[in-house]
Design a protein around this ligand. Structure first.
Ligand code: B1M
Length: 212
């Protein structure tokens, strides 16, 4: 199989929810010479988008969404060491969280992984995170950037109130706030007073590099 076919196999494995095969398919793609970031974006992430489309079409249900999350995690195992670098000086601290009310964390975790690989200290607060925890972490770690992830349209309220709380705490001049995740847009970022929007994990890294 050529490189492209192996990446397509990774995508298919995710869509078929084949948790036993996914790590092997990722390794085959890497052995065929594929760039780890391409395996991630065009294989694992594209597969997850396809799972989401099936869920929306009523072909997949919550059980399949849960399993897809586990398949993604299993597929990341051979990729993670290739996406992580430890030999660079810190570029500053980023506090990362999925907003209150939202438990999707795979995309946020990828953003954290890529930021870390690019030399940022990442304080990952996890998912369903209340604004006050974010504010406390910014103060404790003297963070320069807050990264907020959000995948559920109803949680735009939560995203907006997190940005407002950061401002009320008097930290808005101290930190840049960036957002990302399915259903966020550059327009939304502007509307709620953020400094930027990342389409994917690499875009988040480029934004953070711009800010430091
Ligand atoms: Co849910 N879910 N889910 N889900 N889920 C979506 C988001 C959905 C679009 C599916 C669909 O209907 N097509 C839909 C949301 C619709 C909407 O509101 N617009 C949805 C729904 C409805 C739900 C529930 C409400 C279902 C239910 O209970 N009936 C429920 C909500 C629970 C809650 O949060 N309160 C729910 C639950 C779940 C699971 C827990 C089962 C599971 C998550 C497991 C986990 O995260 N640990 C899950 C999954 C897996 C999905 C889909 C299929 C895949 C998400 C994912 O992990 N993608 C998703 C469909 C979709 O997104 N199209 C869906 C892979 C990941 C790497 O990509 O997160 O987009 P993503 O991150 C990308 C970019 O967005 C970006 O970079 C990442 C890498 O490129 N990015 C950032 C993300 N954060 C960023 C931050 C940045 C910058 C970039 O800066 C800070």
């Amino acid at each position: 199989m050529n490189e492209r076919d192996t990446i397509k196999s990774v995508l298919d494995t995710v869509v078929n929810l084949d948790i036993d095969a996914v790590a092997g398919q990722v390794s085959s793609a890497l052995k065929a010479g594929a760039d780890p970031r391409v395996v991630l974006n065009d294989g694992l992430c594209a597969g997850m988008r396809s799972v989401g489309e099936r869920f929306q079409a009523g072909e997949y249900f919550l059980t399949e969404l849960l399993l897809a999350g586990e398949v993604m995690k299993a597929g990341l195992v051979p990729l993670e060491p290739l996406l992580t670098r430890t030999d660079i000086q810190s570029k500053g601290t980023v506090v990362l969280a999925t907003v209150k009310g939202d438990i999707h964390d795979l995309g946020k975790n990828l953003v954290g992984l890529m930021l870390n690989a690019s030399g940022f200290e990442v304080i990952d607060l996890g998912y369903d995170v209340a604004p006050q925890r974010i504010i406390a972490a910014v103060r404790t770690h003297k963070a320069r950037i807050v990264g907020l992830s959000m995948l559920l349209t109803p949680m735009i309220i939560s995203l907006r109130s997190t940005v407002e709380e950061i401002a009320k705490a008097g930290l808005r001049d101290q930190v840049k706030v960036i957002i990302g995740g399915a259903c966020t847009t550059p327009g939304l970022a502007k509307e709620i007073g953020c400094d930027g929007h990342g389409e994917d994990a690499m875009a988040a890294v480029y934004l953070c590099e711009k800010f430091v």
